[in-house]
Design a protein around this ligand. Sequence first.
Ligand code: GLN
Length: 504
Amino acid sequence: MTGALHDLGVSGLAGALAAKRVSSLEVTQHLLARIGAQQALGAFLQVDADGATAAARAADARRAAGDAAPLLGVPIAHKDIFVTTALPTTAGSKMLAGYQSPFDATVVARLGAGVPGEGPGAGAISLGKLNCDEFAMGSGNENSAFGAAHNPWDASRVPGGSSGGSAAAVAARLLPAATGTDTGGSIRQPASFTGTTGIKPTYGVCSRYGMIAFASSLDQAGPIARSAEDCALLLSAMSGFDARDATSAQRPAQDFHAQMLAPREGASAAKPLAGLRIGLPKEFFPAGLAADVHAAVRRALAELESLGASLVDVSLPRTQLSIPVYYIIAPAEASSNLSRFDGVKFGHRAAHYTDLLDMYKKSRAEGFGPEVKRRIMIGTYVLSHGYYDAYYLQALKLRRMIADDFQACFTRCDLIAGPVAPSVAWKIGEQGADPLQAYLADIFTLPASLAGLPGMSVPAGLGSHGMPVGLQLIGNYFAEGQLLHAAHALQQATDWHQQAPAGI
Ligand code: GLN
């Protein structure tokens, strides 16, 4: 097979592999060469050339023996927040540099060889570990202890964060798809900034076992790929109940690809979205929204309308409050989760110290970067005696009200739409030392995270500086199939998701 192997998505590659038009070894070697040529992007923290080559050969042998696992031999890579046995896991932190996990995260195992005792996995092979903000705290991948990742559309700009390496690698055609995690927007926002498609499922759909915890009540895994269809294929493989995650949703395994393809009742070929009501919260279209983002989102909405959807005005009145609520709850949980990195059980240990307390202090001072320290301090403060009621408890109450606001909307619409981020990707270093700038830019992704709802970013064309803009679609609990169906219909009618950065 000739032509651009790297332009094939997951579905195209799976088809070509099944038809034996190409071997996994051929694809893997092609992508490894591209990864080698694009090191300046900073997308990968580690590349497993030998492991991937051996896995590709093994996949080809299994294929020849009649094995037809859905992603057999398809190369992907994992955000370096999923623990893996094949390679060390760092979570983008010096604290975990060189950390070797004794087990694979459930998501990693299900996409690959399978969870021991659970039956075979989907058969994808991993090319390595992808750059991310330290412990997934950030919006630009600038908080990685191992250096920034760059946006393939403009290397002077961020790819978004915290799953910045995943989004950059997929946009640069180094991989057809990658895993990411989303606590407050870290799948949707980098997808938006890089013109890729990403879905954060309902909280509980993907197992958090082996996903290094940032804020446990918010963290969710999901795929970043080049189409809704490819996201559906990955999500089907990586999701499902897992007894090792106490917050895993007890539901039967889902075939999101079949759900994505299932026609709506009353729909036609010309109007595949007939009857679909899409709610537009007025708070998602504030006066300060960048004009280019607004225009791209409107363009995508007009397209959805022409496919039969109707647009309904709704309101999420506490949208603005989601920023202070999230930046209390997430740091509170982080301060607790990160207490395990003490230089004893896990992580970096200072070389010189006087006693145990000094060892803890020095190890943590050396191992964590500034953003992580800031969050640990905020989190410890809001959980402390005297402030717990004033901050943490109030934030929990507001979180519930934000979730209730969504339910009120869903009595009038099936999906909610808006921008993913208030602007296109910013320049690396542009936000300077002011972390609030980045926090404020999370405004449109945080509400769905706090409510635990599924959300997607779907490319909606280019905005200013020729940078991609994403349309956000939010569904009700477990409405991933509906989200993917709408996004797929949009991608059947438009080619925004196929636009690639120049020179890639
Ligand atoms: N930007 C948000 C933060 O910094 C979200 C990060 C995430 O989803 N992991 O916390």
